[in-house]
Design a protein around this ligand. Sequence first.
Ligand code: ADP
Length: 481
Amino acid sequence: MTEAPGLRMFVDGKWVDALNGRTFPDFNPWDDGVVVTVAAGDADDAVEAVDAAARAFPAWSESTPAQRQRVFLTAADLMQRRAGEIRDLLAVETGCGASFAGVQVEFAATLFRQAAALAYAPVGDALASDLPGTHALARRRPVGVVGSITPWNAAVSLSARALAVPIAVGNCVVLKPSEESPWSGGLLFAEILAEAGLPPGVLNVVPHAPGEAGGIADVLVGDPRVRRLNFTGSTVTGRRLAENAGRHLKPLLLQLSGFNPLLVLADADVPAAARSAAYGSFVHQGQVCMCSRRIFVEEQVADAFTEEFVARAERLPVGDPREPGVEIGPLINEWALRLIERRVQEAVDRGATVLAGGRAQGPCYPATVLTDVPADCELALEETFGPVAIVERVPDADAAVERANDSPWALSTGVITGDEGRGLRLARRLTAGMVHVNDSPVNDQPHMPFGGSLDSGWGRFGTGPGRDDFTEVQLVTSRAT
Ligand code: ADP
């Protein structure tokens, strides 16, 4: 990986240059070294990719379950065989540490195995009918071409999720990875799935230079052959995409920002709570949409919890994620680092107290804990994509629920309590699309419904529920003449 080889794009089963001939450098956020030079696609390449996907669709939608199953089982094995190499790639392309990179590889391999099983799942229901002698079938069928737009932060798991279920149920995909992760979030999958036997055109990957996502997205939204979109990224971009998609009546699945709470109740096991809080706030230096940003802790345990949480934050080693033991690697880019610095500074200027971290170290920002953050600071109002947690004392569990729900975002919430039943009862009152009792909000398994409520998105990914978003039901009735 030190030689920075060139990567082309993948269209119609072939590795090709961008039609415009341009390339762009893919940087390592740790040292700004060029990891690889990548073809810089644009709208014209996206049209070619949609052409290829549309051509491949009739045959792929009629492929046998055995063929689809074989592709995904082989791809799962290839992912695991290449795990070490993929972990290294995630480190240099996205600054991801070895343990979270390992989680991503396992997630993708498991997802692929579940996608393989989907090939043989029932494709519909036989319905009762009030008309005598009539047969009625509600059959789920693939929709055609699916456009997938994915982010860099968990490049392997999120791109795997954006393509596996759609393809397993018979669709063809055009994947637009993030400009920050064209390799691990895109071209890697082209390589693996092609080697696993996926026919040409079923998966096409169009990478692009920074600032040029819009032209490719416009093709995916506007081309009538693309029947569904799925997007994982920020609420700001998702809203823009949804406005545009609305004009074309194009259904889309949206996984957007979170601003996730962790509730620590007075009966919690304090060391366990501090462990969940540290993982939930600082995994992959806080660059996971499910990360806990706001920790509401009941007064009785607030001192003990804060002391342990701060001690854990201070122990997290900062540095190059390729070094063993490093937990906090670089932020994805300079812009992200400066945004965190600015927001923490604003909070401090207005009276917040820094209990841990709070100062950049090269391209990294250490695990940071703040308290007394004024409610109208940017930090207290919306997601800041980095390792910064706000601790807030609350008088009781009702106040914790009220504060947790006081946000337009509702992705994931953790509740730490000694009484599991109480946690389950509180879950009913929380707006979040996902609630985890006695775990951090960072919690995801490929077969479970993943998604948020309110401004955190629409629809659910998952090898179970996700199928509904990538198929449509056709009703067929028949009777003898
Ligand atoms: P993040 O902050 O996680 O990078 P973004 O919403 O900026 O979130 O990026 C998520 C995905 O959205 C990336 O693939 C990015 O290239 C893409 N993207 C950025 N701008 C647009 C746009 N105007 N239309 C569609 N997709 C876009």
